[in-house]
Design a protein around this ligand. Structure first.
Ligand code: ATP
Length: 801
């Protein structure tokens, strides 16, 4: 998507270039003469910013903002570029004549009906998300059992013949084959299904359309992908992908149609708009969390903390209903499957086993803080390694087949790590103490089994349970240390591969392992006290995960709900807060790192600090491409072909005696590209400029029918004679768009955008004439950076790709 950009810096083909504009519709000088120069100096950012050279490759602009040198080439994988390919969601309702007409005709019964439909949809979202979680869980469990049972048979058979390389090769081969299937699907069919999907869902909830993220195809690839990734022995989990799956389910059901399968069920048409769809997606993501962790409150808080920028009370209540339905349905299904239908003892996919409340002493609080610091440091290191790998992938592993090869390599490496550890570290323990399904004897004496083999010969989730619940002497410290190093590196390598898998479980596993290791150390230091390893393993797991993802509120609640012990809340909160602070000292959370690498214009919670001296006149684009209230069809078509902007201010037509084409025009409304396309597609225009729109039998459904994939302007068939017709935009435009004066500050712009979920904000002068345009990307360009206690603001570059 290439934009004609004016005041903002544009990058094409990796280098900064200025693109000329087709027509000038405004005259900066006019405004300057009206206003104080200090607040309306439009030219400041483009032309008269007084950059100073600095030691490194950046400039420091007039507001102490870090900027890149304009001629500097942008490396692939750069963190300070915003990609133009991401469009925004329109959370603001367009209150045009059609909407008012619809409301008038349908009355209050329609409102009640819509509300009931909303609850019904949430119910469906909860049930279907849970059923998907159930299928994924059962598949993973059954396939894993078969795989490890066969491998165990092979090990038992060949260990006596001294031919252990045979089971090793079998293990490697089975991993590669299984991962190959999922990886091929991700790499060739739907790349957006890679990873956990949490960064993408976070962007969507924040108001950014990530292409293809909530499509049914993505869901299918994701579900198969996550099964193959976990069964294939990768250091990944199924919990993150569940959140993405919930979001896709919500987006699909709420629209009553499938664009992928070209199927319109002609229901829920009134929810076919960004505002409604995004609300359902937040409920779906929450239902996904709830199914993944058996944490209904954690699910609601996750949606709130991780993404949803525009939130209201009704949405909270509905979302909570969805999460409760989801966890209840999953519980019923899993309990029935495990033959304990009446017990309802499987609330989520992640089952950490029954945790006892662990009493703690006052003097232990610093110990929990210490765990937080370790988690923060290890989390920051994990993020750094994963970030370097992600950049390497962007630069050198670009083609799908290379990505598949890499995934297979990691699958082989995972098996090799496990095998070497089992082979080299002979950590034996008596049979009967561990609930492992496939105890391997290997080189242990009769009646014993290899403790490390038990960890590797099961799903990572079952391994977390082992580290949490096994008695203190179950593992040798060296075995745990080797495992921590191996799994830490493997999990950092795995996240970002072309497979669908999450990072919750691998990090919980690494954390539980080093937590247990520290428990052994503490026990050695305090031999008189009996240490509860479960306590430290759980705190370690929370610290490691918190250090990586940097979530606090929702993660605390998720862990409390998963372990079912509210009395453990204080240690967990302390640990997570310290882990976040420690990690934030070095880098961002892993999701934010991936979002920045993708160049997504995400708006954070708060506006940049010390930015009250940056004015709308410096942030906005100008001149603005506008349309007149009654516009010539040919002109609209030409404009849509020429620029790829998605919104155009609608202004008064010039007066008959107005010979000056470059003057500002008074704002009358805002119209979207999608609306214009539907109007042209349905030929809602007149041969005569004086004919009004009431000649047409038009209602909101005309627009809803096309939502969300509108045809491109090049696909529309407009005859030459039609180009001389006119469109009356007044009934279709939003007649009261939010606007701000050009002297408004950046924090004010930010708050308006963030709180209302805006897509376009026309900037006006004192007489309501359009002088500029601000979109999400203009604001997201200003980003705060923090590094090792230092802080500042940098201005990102808007790339054309
Ligand atoms: P979005 O992509 O968020 O859905 P959009 O495509 O309309 O919205 P952006 O891609 O965010 O707009 O805009 C890129 C740049 O173009 C921004 O700097 C913005 O200010 C500018 N811009 C957007 N619309 C117009 C317009 N009608 N006239 C002039 N500049 C515009």
């Amino acid at each position: 998507m290439s934009h004609l950009s004016h005041s903002s810096t544009s990058v094409a083909d990796g280098t900064v270039s200025s693109i000329s504009n087709i027509e000038t519709t405004s005259d900066t000088a006019q405004l300057l003469s009206n206003e104080e120069a200090s607040t309306s100096n439009y030219t400041q950012l483009n032309k008269s910013v007084n950059f100073e050279d600095s030691d490194d490759d950046e400039f420091h602009g007039s507001h102490g903002i870090r900027r890149r040198q304009p001629q500097q080439k942008i490396e692939p994988g750069s963190m300070n570029v915003l990609s133009a390919k991401y469009e925004s969601l329109d959370y603001d309702t367009c209150e045009n004549h059609l909407l008012l007409d619809e409301e008038r005709k349908r009355g209050y019964a329609y409102i009640v009906w819509k509300d009931m439909a909303r609850w019904f949809i949430i119910l469906l979202i909860g049930i279907i998300t849970a059923l998907i979680a159930f299928i994924i869980d059962i598949c993973i469990e059954e396939f894993s059992n078969i795989k490890y049972r066969e491998l165990k048979k092979s090990v038992d058979k060949y260990v006596v013949q001294d031919k252990l390389y045979i089971p090793y090769l079998l293990w490697v081969l089975s991993n590669i084959c299984i991962v190959f299937i999922g990886s091929m699907l991700v790499a060739y069919v739907e790349p957006v299904a890679a990873g956990s999907g949490i960064p993408q869902v976070k962007c969507y909830l924040n108001g950014v359309k990530v292409p293809r993220v909530v499509r049914i195809k993505t869901l299918i690839v994701k579900a198969i992908g996550v099964i193959t990734a976990v069964v294939g022995g990768l250091a990944g989990g199924k919990e993150g992908p569940m959140i993405h799956s919930g979001a896709v389910v919500a987006a699909g059901i709420s629209q009553g149609k499938s664009t992928t399968f070209n199927n319109d069920f002609k229901i829920f048409q009134y929810f076919r708009e960004d505002h409604e769809k995004r609300d359902f997606v937040s409920a779906g993501a929450a239902a996904g969390v709830s199914a993944a962790f058996g944490a209904p409150i954690g699910g609601v808080l996750f949606s709130l903390e991780e993404g949803t920028s525009f939130w209201n009370q009704a949405l909270t209540w509905r979302t909570f209903f969805g999460t409760v339905v989801s966890t209840f349905t999953l519980n019923c299904a899993l309990s029935a499957y495990h033959g304990r239908a009446g017990e309802l003892s499987f609330p989520g996919l992640l089952n950490l086993g029954k945790m006892e409340p662990f009493p703690f002493q006052f003097y232990e609080l610093p110990v929990f803080m210490f765990f937080g610091v370790v988690g923060g440091l290890l989390g920051a290191l994990w993020n750094y390694i994963n970030y370097r790998l992600a950049v390497f992938r962007i630069r050198y592993i670009g083609t799908p087949w290379l990505r598949v090869v890499e995934a297979c390599l990691v699958a082989a490496a995972s098996a090799t790590c496990g095998f070497l550890m089992m082979f080299l570290l002979n950590d034996c323990r008596p049979l009967g103490e561990d609930p492992t399904k496939v105890p391997l004897q290997l080189f242990c004496a009769d009646g014993e089994y290899n403790a490390l083999a038990a960890i590797w010969f099961q799903t990572p989730e079952a391994s977390v349970r082992s580290f949490l619940h096994d008695p203190i002497g179950s593992y040798k410290p060296w075995s745990i240390l080797t495992f921590v190093v191996c799994y830490f590196l493997l999990s950092a390598w795995t996240f970002g591969l072309a497979v669908s898998s999450g990072l919750f479980i691998p990090n919980l596993l690494t954390g539980a392992a080093w937590g247990r290791l520290l428990a052994i150390v503490i026990q050695a230091m305090l031999p008189s006290n009996t240490i509860n390893p479960a306590k430290y393993a759980l705190i370690g797991a929370a610290a490691q995960l918190g250090g990586v993802v940097r979530m606090t509120i929702s993660l605390t609640v998720i862990i409390i709900e998963t372990t079912g012990q509210i009395s453990n809340a204080l240690p967990i909160i302390i640990t997570l807060v310290v882990a976040k602070w420690t990690g934030d000292f070095f880098n961002e959370g892993i999701y934010d790192i991936h979002i920045q690498l993708a160049g997504v214009p995400l708006l954070p919670w708060e506006p940049p600090p010390l930015a009250h001296n940056i004015y709308a006149s410096e942030v906005m684009s100008h001149p603005v491409f506008t349309l007149r209230t009654v516009e010539n069809v040919g002109h609209v078509v030409e404009l849509l072909k020429l620029v790829s902007y998605n919104g155009f201010p609608v202004v008064d037509p010039p007066l008959a005696d107005d010979v000056e084409v470059t003057t500002y025009k008074r704002l009358r409304g805002m119209i979207l590209r999608s609306q214009l396309i539907v109007l042209i597609q349905n030929k809602i225009y007149n041969e005569n400029a004086n004919t009004t729109w009431s000649n047409f039998n038009v209602d909101m459904n005309m627009f809803r029918k096309e939502y969300p994939r509108y045809p491109s302007i090049d696909k529309l068939d407009v005859a030459e004679w039609e180009k001389t017709c006119t469109i009356d935009l007044r009934p279709f435009m939003n007649p009261s768009p939010y606007t701000l004066p050009h002297r408004a500050s950046l924090p004010r712009l930010f708050r308006l955008f963030r709180a209302l979920g805006l897509r376009h904000l026309p900037i006006v002068n004192d007489v309501n004439e359009v002088v500029g345009m601000v979109t999400r990307k203009d604001i997201a360009r200003y980003r705060v950076w923090r590094h090792r206690g230092h802080m500042g603001m940098e201005e990102l570059i808007l790339s054309s790709e």
